[in-house]
Design a protein around this ligand. Structure first.
Ligand code: EPZ
Length: 421
């Protein structure tokens, strides 16, 4: 198994260009199943998860053309099966994004139940609640869920989400575009990726209003057509590289990061004394100067993003003073604490709160990437630790960061990817 070796790299400097957002491109690709016409998606990042999604679309019968770099053309002229592939769902839980489109287009879906993962159980009860509200029957078996729309197809209704689930909002939004009548999603997720998906769907002929607020209104239409859409930049990748500047006390320009998508990260970095300036085409971060501890709590957007919790924690271990981190979105997202403590971070946790004593001089160690974002956090810690840090299980990282090692190298990091000896 490959791993990443990181040496103490001193202050990073230079410019990094942010790729298309993983958590936008996956639902966008799933949405192409809603029409028999061709959709063209641009600024697609080269990620393992995108490869799984392309395989999934082909399995359902779509023609997928990715011969042009960063562009994926999908033409789902006919759907040859409504049964999801268990291996693909196991590999990537976002394969469940196909439920909404297939239910709307074909009236039936058989989806293997996605397993939980290291960060939590990750149920899909809110997705299923939404489909039931649209008139579908839902049969849950041990290993799969079977959805069937009524003989009249889906019918719009009001749906209240007990938690503003990103995936549930996206799945219900896609199903509602072809339902008869009006659907209202209350307590909807407000992430930028929801707006990006609604923008594509409206280009395809859907009638969606106020995506990005907690109440989304959808007027069902008869059919959708093909469209062209460019994926928004990845706000979590942008946040990761902003933290690379902060933790190494360097100066990095995060090109085409959208400031409005990373406001909580900008605010917390500024609270720690990091200089953050908006530029004409991105965000400039300067980590020099006296930095201070802070307290942060993850929340649904526009709160502090849970996906930046572990990279931010790595940064806080190096800042003088005690910080606390509270994780409210996932029930088990502190797996990286054990790994950071191998490097001397001395973090303690109780339930969903971590206490970071700060002011630590980290030392290199053999550590694991326990999830995609925790893997990034370990690399950030390795940049400032004395000696060498070996990060294993880096397939997690390659699921969601395009050219991760190359981008750090270009900023002056002493980093390389090696195959396990
Ligand atoms: C999306 O996951 C992202 N993934 C996650 O990014 C991100 O951490 C998460 O949203 C929160 O922002 C993609 O977009 C592909 P949720 P999703 O449904 O949709 C509970 C990364 O590192 N919940 O908003 O699965 C759930 O258990 C990944 O890029 C239910 O209880 O997140 C969790 O505690 C990690 N029932 C909370 O809601 C449901 O039916 C948030 O989940 C659905 C969710």
């Amino acid at each position: 198994m490959a791993k990443i070796l990181v040496n103490n790299s001193g202050p990073l400097s230079g410019e990094v260009e942010i790729s298309g957002a993983k958590n936008a491109v996956l639902p966008l690709l799933a949405a192409t199943l809603l029409t028999e016409e061709e959709c063209i998606i641009e600024s697609v990042p080269a990620l393992a998860d995108v490869n799984v999604m392309k395989k999934m679309l082909s399995n359902y019968g779509a023609e997928v053309d990715d011969s042009i770099p960063k562009t994926v053309k999908v033409k789902a002229a006919q759907i040859v099966t409504v049964e999801g592939d268990p291996d693909l769902v196991q590999e990537m839980r976002a394969s469940t994004m196909a439920m909404g489109p297939l239910l709307a287009r074909c009236g039936r879906v058989v989806m293997p139940m996605p397993g939980g993962c290291t960060i939590g159980k990750r149920p899909i009860d809110l997705h299923l609640k939404g489909f039931k509200a649209l008139g579908a029957t839902v049969i849950e078996e041990d290993d799969k869920v079977i959805l069937e729309a009524g003989p009249e197809g889906l019918k719009g209704d009001a749906i209240y989400l007990d938690f503003p689930s990103v995936g549930a909002t996206e799945n219900i939004l896609m199903a509602a575009t072809l339902a008869k009548g009006t659907t209202i999603i209350e307590n909807a997720a407000k992430e930028p990726e929801i707006i990006d998906l609604a923008n594509l769907l409206n280009k395809m002929g859907a009638k969606i209003k106020s995506a990005g607020t907690d109440m989304i209104r959808i007027e069902g239409v008869e059919r959708l057509s093909g469209a062209f859409h460019e994926v928004i930049p990845d706000r979590i990748e942008a946040g990761t590289f902003m933290l690379a500047a902060a933790i190494t006390r360097g100066q990095v320009h995060v090109k085409n990061g959208i400031p409005g998508h990373v406001r909580p990260i900008i605010a917390k970095l500024k609270e720690c004394g990091v200089t953050v300036e908006v530029t004409s085409d991105g965000i400039y971060v300067d980590g020099r100067g006296d930095l201070v501890a802070t307290d942060l709590k993850t929340l649904p957007y526009p709160g502090f993003p849970t996906d930046i919790q572990s990279p931010f924690m790595a940064f806080l271990t190096t800042v003088e003073g005690k910080s606390t981190v509270r994780e409210t979105v996932f029930e088990n997202r502190f797996m990286h604490v054990v790994e950071l403590n191998r490097m001397g971070a001395d973090i303690t946790t109780e339930n969903r709160e971590a206490v970071i004593p700060g002011g630590k001089k980290l030392h290199g160690a053999k550590v694991r990437a326990t999830d995609l974002r925790a893997g990034a956090a370990m690399v950030l810690a390795g940049l400032v630790a004395t000696g060498t840090t070996e990060v294993s299980e880096i397939y997690h990282i390659e699921r969601g960061y395009e050219n991760f090692v190359g981008k750090f190298k270009a900023l002056g990091a002493d980093i390389m990817k090696v195959d396990e000896d």
